[in-house]
Structures are given as structure tokens and as C-alpha cells.
Design a protein around this ligand. Structure first.
Ligand SMILES: Cc1cc2nc3c(=O)[nH]c(=O)nc-3n(C[C@H](O)[C@H](O)[C@H](O)COP(=O)(O)OP(=O)(O)OC[C@H]3O[C@@H](n4cnc5c(N)ncnc54)[C@H](O)[C@@H]3O)c2cc1C
Length: 397
């Protein structure tokens, strides 16, 4: 596996499961989504076993860019075209609530995770994209979401020198060290009595009878009343009812040594395919360029893509101030893409003993917190508005 900058030197948090065990709830998957569910259950005093096949945040949640963006991976004008105005607005508002709730947790738990709220900048690299950005900005404004247009002067010489002429700034967006956030939540959940086991893959999940769920792992069986499946790209492996509904898609990233200040907030370009930001230590985390090989960048293997990595390096070197800054880390991660770009949350066809929250389609840090919390709420209260907005569903064709 490639090692992301965010996980370099991260200590293990929990042992493997080596015996049979029982709890009221088993949470499967220790990324952002599972962490949110586990914390909510821990706070409610529900007996909970939580497992991950690797370690906390070793999936996409510790391999991403750490952008806390509003909205789906599509620009707002596209989101409106796909989902309709009202649904697009509700989905957008929910992602803002996701950010608010994560920021509140950082404050409440005193998490040190490099959280900053400097907004995000969407850049246009072509006339066609400029039109898209401006239309999106108009629709966002009409729907009550703050947005500011930035012309070439406001972008500054570094970005205009790299070929960008127009940008749209979303002042409420944020960023953080993603693995540090999820690990901090895991520690808090363990402090509330949640039993976490790392390096414990669930090989088979028997969830066809609510109240009698069994999760088989290599060295022990977990018995529970209900399973919460938070395995994102791998959700269809454990739940036959979701097979073929979430596609594993790979993303490439790199990080540099500390560099002189150049980028004032997270930046998104080429319709969101390319993204980069400079963290609180001055390191640049840059990723994307997946559209160079969409057929090749699929599957769950965390492999480097030489052509994409080379193109990312080339782009970085368009900025004169970065040409001599060493690249210290290169890595990849797997996202779970649903066919309509929206998450799947709640009851799973054919598995009444399980609830799922998955399919975050490249924007999990905009949705997975509220979706993980939603399935915990379903356990505690029997319903969740988020699950009503994003029901688990199959797609035609
Ligand atoms: C390169 C890259 C850049 C990204 N950048 C951003 C960004 O800047 N902003 C943003 O919002 N989103 C970004 N994303 C997407 C975001 O990281 C994900 O949407 C989000 O982390 C999903 O969280 P999760 O908890 O659902 O899944 P994951 O973090 O993938 O967690 C799932 C966990 O399930 C475990 N698991 C799988 N199968 C089993 C099993 N059988 N038994 C036990 N455990 C299992 C895995 O080991 C994993 O830890 C990016 C993703 C990548 C790969």
C-alpha cells in the first residue's frame, strides 16, 4: 500500500479481533462514516463493536485531500440539471450542515487536525468552464448560498501564470488533516466504550434476520442485533443487494515538503478533476487528473499511476516557486461512486439486519459525517431524514 502524508508514522489504535464477541451493534469500516456512526452510538451508550480490515482512516478517509466542500462532485449547474432545483438545494444545504457538524466536533473534542475555514476556490481553465462556473454561481446565489466571483486580478499572478482567468470563491468551505480528524473521533468513541478492532476484515456478513446478525472475521465471529456497513467502495461486497451499485474508483495524490505561501485556500480546477491546497505547515497536497485514464483508474488496488503522477508533477512545476520543492509522498486511494453521484443511506434491499451509508462519489468529507450519524439515528430512533433523502437504491442498466 502507498503511504499518504497524513498517515506517515500514525500509530495503531486498536488490536485485532481474536475471539468470538457480541454487541448490540457492529459497525463495519473505520473511515469518516464509520467513525461518525461509532461516536453517535458510543454517546448513546449502545454496546458497539467496530472493525476495519486495515486500520482507522487507512481507506479513502486518510488518503484524500482534506477539502471540506459544499455540494456534490458536480458543479451546481450540473447538480441542478441532474437532481432538479429543489433536491440539489437540499443536498447542497446538507453538505454545509456536514461541515458545521464536523467543525462543532473539532471544537467540542479539542481535536488537533489542522482545521481551517478559508473558503474554497473553483477555477475555470476554458471559456466553456467559465460559463459553467458563472451559471453555477448565479444559481447558488439565488438559492441563498454565499459565493464570490474572482477575476484575473483577484486571482493573482501565480494562478493567472498557470493559465486561469476566472474563479469562484465559496467563503464557507474548509479543510483539515483528514486522518487526524478520523483518528481523533476513534479515540473519543473508544473512550465512550466502543470496542474497536483493526486488521479485522469481515469476510461474510449474515444480515438476513434482524436481531440475529453475524459478521465473520478470520479469527472470530461478531454477533449483533444489527450491522452498520460503512465500507464505502466495498459496500457491495458484503451486501448482495448493493452489488453493482457502487463502483470503486481510484484517485492519485502527492504531497510536497513545506513550500513558500502560494495558495490561500483549497483549489478545484478542470470541473473538479484537479485539486490542491497548502496546509498549515506549507505543504502542498495535490491530486486528481483521473480523467487522463478513467478506464484505468478503477478497482480497489492502491497503486500509483505513473502517467497521472507525472502529469501532476508537471502541473506543480508550472509554479516557479515550487520547482525546487521536493515531493515527499505519493499515494492513491479508492472512492465509492454511485451511479447518480448521491450517497446511499439506510435499509438495504435483501438484508433487513443491516443499514448502509456509502457511495460518497468523491465528496465524502462533504457528506459521510451526517450519513454515518443518520444510520446511528436509525438504530436509536428508527428513522432519519438523511436516509429519506438518500435511500439505498438500485440503478437500471
Ligand atoms: C485521492 C482522494 C482524494 C479525495 N479528496 C477528497 C476531498 O478533498 N474532499 C472530500 O470530501 N472527499 C474526498 N475524497 C473522498 C473521501 O475521501 C471519501 O468519500 C470518504 O473518505 C469516504 O469515507 P468512508 O468512511 O465512507 O470510506 P473509507 O474511508 O474508504 O472507509 C471505509 C473503510 O472500510 C474498510 N473496509 C472495507 N471493507 C471491509 C470489510 N469487509 N471489513 C472491514 N472493513 C472493511 C476499509 O478498510 C476502510 O477503512 C477523496 C478520495 C480520494 C481517494
Amino acid at each position: 500500500m502507498t503511504v499518504p502524508y497524513w498517515l506517515d508514522g500514525a500509530p495503531p489504535l486498536a488490536p485485532r479481533l481474536t475471539e468470538d464477541i457480541s454487541a448490540d451493534v457492529v459497525v463495519i469500516g473505520a473511515g469518516l462514516c464509520g467513525a461518525s456512526a461509532a461516536l453517535a452510538l458510543g454517546r448513546a451508550g449502545v454496546s458497539t463493536v467496530w472493525v476495519d480490515s486495515a486500520a482507522v482512516a487507512h481507506g479513502a478517509s486518510g488518503r484524500n485531500a482534506g477539502f471540506l466542500l459544499q455540494g456534490t462532485a458536480e458543479r451546481y449547474v450540473r447538480a441542478v440539471a441532474i437532481h432538479g432545483r429543489d433536491r440539489a438545494r437540499r443536498v447542497h444545504a446538507l453538505s454545509r450542515e456536514n461541515h458545521r457538524a464536523m467543525a462543532a466536533e473539532i471544537e467540542r473534542l479539542g481535536l488537533e487536525c489542522g482545521y481551517m475555514r478559508r473558503g474554497s476556490l473553483q477555477l475555470a481553465g476554458s471559456v466553456e468552464e467559465e460559463g459553467d462556473l458563472l451559471e453555477s454561481a448565479t444559481l447558488l446565489r439565488e438559492d441563498g448560498f454565499p459565493v464570490e466571483q474572482r477575476d484575473a486580478d483577484a486571482l493573482g499572478p501565480a494562478l493567472t501564470g498557470a493559465g486561469f482567468r476566472l474563479g469562484v470563491h465559496l467563503p464557507d468551505d474548509g479543510e483539515l488533516q483528514p486522518a487526524a480528524f478520523v483518528q481523533g473521533i476513534a479515540r473519543a468513541a473508544m473512550g465512550l466504550g466502543v470496542q474497536l478492532f483493526e486488521h479485522t476484515p469481515v469476510t461474510t456478513l449474515h444480515a438476513d434476520a434482524p436481531g440475529d446478525v453475524r459478521a465473520e472475521t478470520p479469527r472470530g465471529t461478531i454477533r449483533a442485533q444489527i450491522a452498520l456497513v460503512c465500507t464505502n467502495a466495498a459496500a457491495g461486497h458484503l451486501l448482495g443487494g448493493l452489488a453493482g451499485t457502487i463502483d470503486p474508483v481510484r484517485g492519485q495524490m502527492l504531497a510536497t515538503a513545506p513550500a513558500p505561501p502560494l495558495f490561500a485556500c483549497p483549489i478545484y480546477a478542470d470541473h473538479g478533476y484537479d485539486y490542491w491546497r497548502q496546509d498549515e505547515h506549507g505543504r502542498i497536497a495535490l491530486g486528481g487528473w483521473r480523467n487522463l485514464d478513467p478506464e484505468g483508474e478503477v478497482g480497489v488496488e492502491e497503486a500509483l499511476h505513473p502517467l497521472i503522477q507525472a502529469r501532476m508533477t508537471e502541473f506543480l512545476h508550472r509554479f516557479a516557486a515550487l520547482r525546487d520543492v521536493p515531493i515527499t509522498h505519493r499515494w492513491s486511494g479508492t472512492m465509492g461512486f454511485s451511479r447518480d453521484g448521491l450517497p446511499m443511506v439506510g435499509a438495504v434491499p435483501g438484508s433487513p439486519g443491516a443499514l448502509v451509508a456509502a457511495g460518497f462519489t468523491g465528496h465524502g468529507f462533504g457528506f459521510a459525517w451526517v450519513c454515518g450519524r443518520a444510520i446511528a439515528e436509525m438504530v436509536l430512533d428508527g428513522r432519519s431524514e438523511v436516509a429519506e433523502l438518500f435511500p439505498a437504491r438500485r440503478f437500471r442498466g
